[in-house]
Design a protein around this ligand. Structure first.
Ligand SMILES: [Fe+2]
Length: 335
């Protein structure tokens, strides 16, 4: 049986372990409409191997919305993730120490452990000397000295990669050395480990995205993910929540990596003014990855579950990706 189909069938039994505990019907008079709010609780102990909470693009500055940030912290503690991932852009303008002071204080209100990577806004814009010679000096001083962090639990490996460098304006990249280190770390994981990569920048373009959304060497990164059987990539940058797969942009790859992009969790810099502040709760199961996007709702003043994806984990590579490049005459859309 095709391994992907086998995985999907195996997963179906686990779906039943989710219990929709309650449906709360909440009448709202505003605008003369009624909304139905569905709340879900899950039986975590049955099949969940690990729970990640993913937030991004906090942007400490005048754009930082304190009431939403406080609510985010409250819900983060209530959800009790095994790991809180923050995928960059801690400040709006890295040149200003007061923004670093503010975000440092806020991070202390969020649950631990945290895995963090910098974004392009965490590199100074105006201080050209620092930008070229020590672009992440302040990030390292205030947030973390480790630009490529790792986190391990039994059955889980999370590896962060810094894509924001000195000349980064918007799009970033992973250096050859970073790619090699990440690949070595992923390859050394025991069989069956759920492998998660974290970067600020994207490797695929979500619908409606404009400009240089993807990192410069996106194809090399996607190819490395494929070789290492990376299950999931977490990123931010675009300020819109989105879930996709590397197969969507690189159709010649066989296995693919789920791409989970968080919107800005606390900033008023909403793309087009329409996408709500958001975060994602990711539950890793033996045979599936469940992603719930939470969006901030002004009528309830809290983040509510708005969109859920339950995606099968591909247990083994369908084919070694190297075969694609070794066969002459193959059409391969990756350079
Ligand atoms: Fe951002």
């Amino acid at each position: 049986m095709h391994s992907f189909l086998r995985t999907a069938l195996s997963f179906s039994s686990h779906v039943q372990e989710y219990a929709i505990i309650g449906f709360v019907k909440q009448a709202e008079e505003q605008a003369g409409r009624q909304h139905t709010v569905m709340t879900q609780e899950r039986n975590r102990s049955a099949s969940v191997q690990a729970t990640l909470m993913h937030i991004s693009d906090l942007h400490a500055s005048r754009y930082f919305q304190h009431h939403i940030a406080e609510q985010l912290a409250q819900q983060a503690h209530a959800l009790q993730p095994d790991l809180l991932v923050i995928s960059g852009d801690f400040v709006q303008r890295a040149d200003f120490p007061e923004q670093w002071h503010a975000i440092t204080a806020y991070l202390k209100t969020l649950p631990q452990p945290q895995l963090v990577v910098p974004g392009n806004h965490d590199v100074p814009l105006f201080q050209m000397f620092d930008r070229l010679m020590a672009p992440l000096k302040l990030y390292r001083r205030y947030i973390s000295d480790n630009l490529n962090p790792t986190f391990r639990l039994p059955g889980l490996l999370v590896v962060g990669g810094c894509t924001a460098h000195g000349l980064t304006i918007s799009g970033g990249y992973l250096s050859a050395e970073q790619l090699a280190t990440m690949e070595q770390t992923f390859q050394q994981a025991p069989p069956g480990t759920c492998k998660v990569a974290v970067m600020h920048h994207q490797v695929i373009e979500p619908p409606g995205a404009h400009g240089d959304i993807r990192i410069a060497n996106d194809r090399n990164v996607v190819r490395m993910f494929e070789r290492c059987s990376v299950d999931l990539m977490l990123c931010g940058h675009v300020h819109v929540p989105h879930v996709g797969n590397t197969r969507g942009l690189f159709p010649d790859i066989r296995r693919g990596t789920i791409v989970c992009q968080s919107g800005t969790s606390t900033s008023s810099r909403l793309r087009g003014g329409r996408s709500p502040n958001s975060f994602q709760l990711i539950q890793i199961h033996l045979h599936a990855i469940e992603i719930m996007t939470y969006g901030y709702r002004t009528t309830t003043a809290r983040f509510e579950p708005v969109q859920e994806y339950i995606l099968p984990r591909v247990e083994t590579p369908i084919d070694p990706v190297a075969d694609l490049y070794d066969q002459p005459g193959q059409s391969v859309n990756m350079q």
